[in-house]
Design a protein around this ligand. Structure first.
Ligand SMILES: Cc1ncc(COP(=O)(O)O)c(C=O)c1O
Length: 374
């Protein structure tokens, strides 16, 4: 009998956000809103739809493996050399490529926890040790929801090849600011690669939260990860990118690229999206305004919600988490629960967020057990 590697056999399955179709099948809920996967609620950009229609006519051919047009468009936008840019099949694939390119079995990957759920999984697949550094309260007396960069720097040891800093952090939405991030980058050894995972960068409004691509300059052991899945509205097409200060680092990541994994449609759509940046900015502004409204609505209902710098908010509901998420699902609202810790809620369209708030009101009217903090 064949058997998979022990590291793979013991791998917990990646849990994607549930879909309205799951709720229809499992609970008989006819209509549901999905606030579980941090997509934007807007339809694809008109220029993207147009570019997809044109590219569709050529899909009997393989895509450009080097994604030259997209790479150049990104390099121009960020004022870097194309040799510093690596597009990938979603930022998540680039996370995996980073581990493949830099982690021998027995080496380590450090990151805060809780953070993006892929980090421990990709460490395990690479045969690398996960160094998990607990989050710390961002506000006195508040829940542990913020990177503890001093502890993270102290946890880096001789075997640590990668450190992920998710800024803003998924799932808590908090972001670290320039002075502490600069101190952290100064403290990390030159032979450890720091990955600033900025999947939600476009939603940052705090001017003290630095742009990783600016911070990276002059630091050859820093790379920045971004994605077209969130603000740019291309989650279904799978395209993200990495920008490295050192072209040799970008070259190492390119070596573990799965050939042709950034599809022709994804490349064409990303180029069209970049050319529609004004519209993307307007959409992001609408998400940010809705984030404020949703945060206020949740605080009015007693939830201890930190200011989010992303397109989602975090409800630190602790032991009440699973029950609350189930109660919301039975009312047609899908969120992302992390059992025993909290619920992550994507900022949706105003009517979707109203559905969430109404469901919360219904839950707290009907039962004392699912009220915040209980
Ligand atoms: C922090 C973070 N990084 C990376 C990703 C991966 O994005 P994608 O693979 O869709 O580009 C996500 C997606 O949820 C994320 O939250």
């Amino acid at each position: 009998m064949v058997s998979a590697r022990p590291a793979v056999q013991s791998l917990p399955a990646y849990k994607p956000g549930r879909n309205p179709a799951d709720l229809a099948r499992e609970l008989g809920v006819a209509r549901a809103v999905k606030l579980a996967s941090n997509e934007v609620a807007f339809p694809p950009l008109p220029a993207v739809v147009q570019a997809l229609a044109t590219a569709a006519a050529e899909t009997n051919r393989y895509p450009d493996n080097g994604a030259v047009v997209l790479t150049e468009a990104l390099a121009t936008r960020y004022g870097v050399d194309p040799a510093q840019v690596v597009p990938g099949c979603g930022a998540v694939m680039l996370c995996q490529q980073l581990a493949q390119s830099f982690n021998d079995p027995g080496s380590a990957i450090a990151f805060a926890w809780r953070s993006f759920e892929m980090y421990p999984l990709l460490a395990q697949v690479a045969g690398a040790r996960s160094i998990q550094v607990p989050l710390t309260p961002g506000r006195p007396g508040g829940p542990a929801d913020t990177h503890d960069l001093e502890a993270l720097a102290a946890a880096v040891d001789d075997s640590t090849r990668l450190v992920f800093v998710c800024n803003p952090n998924n799932p808590t939405g908090t972001a670290v600011r320039r002075p502490e991030l600069e101190r952290f980058l100064d403290a990390v050894p030159a032979d450890t690669l720091v990955v600033l995972d900025e999947a939600y960068r476009e939603f940052v409004t705090d001017p003290e939260v630095p742009d990783g691509i600016e911070l990276m300059r002059g630091r050859p052991n820093v790379v920045v990860l971004r994605t077209f899945s969130k603000a740019w509205g291309l989650a279904g097409l799978r395209v993200g990118y990495l920008v490295a200060e050192d072209p040799a680092v970008a070259d190492a990541v390119r070596r573990t690229h799965v050939p042709f994994s950034v599809s022709m449609l994804a490349q064409a759509a990303a180029v069209a999206a970049l050319a529609s940046e004004d519209e993307v900015r307007r959409r992001v502004a609408a998400v940010v305004a809705e984030r404020d409204r949703l945060t206020a609505g949740l605080r009015e209902r007693g939830f201890d919600v930190a200011d989010s710098q992303a397109n989602f908010v975090w409800l630190p509901t602790g032991e009440a988490t699973a029950e609350l998420a189930a109660a919301l699902e039975s009312r047609g609202v899908i969120t992302r629960p992390f059992a025993g810790e909290g619920v992550r809620v994507t900022v949706g369209a105003p009517d979707e967020d109203d559905a969430l708030l109404a469901a919360l009101d219904e839950i707290s009217a009907g039962s004392a057990t699912a009220t915040p903090g209980s």
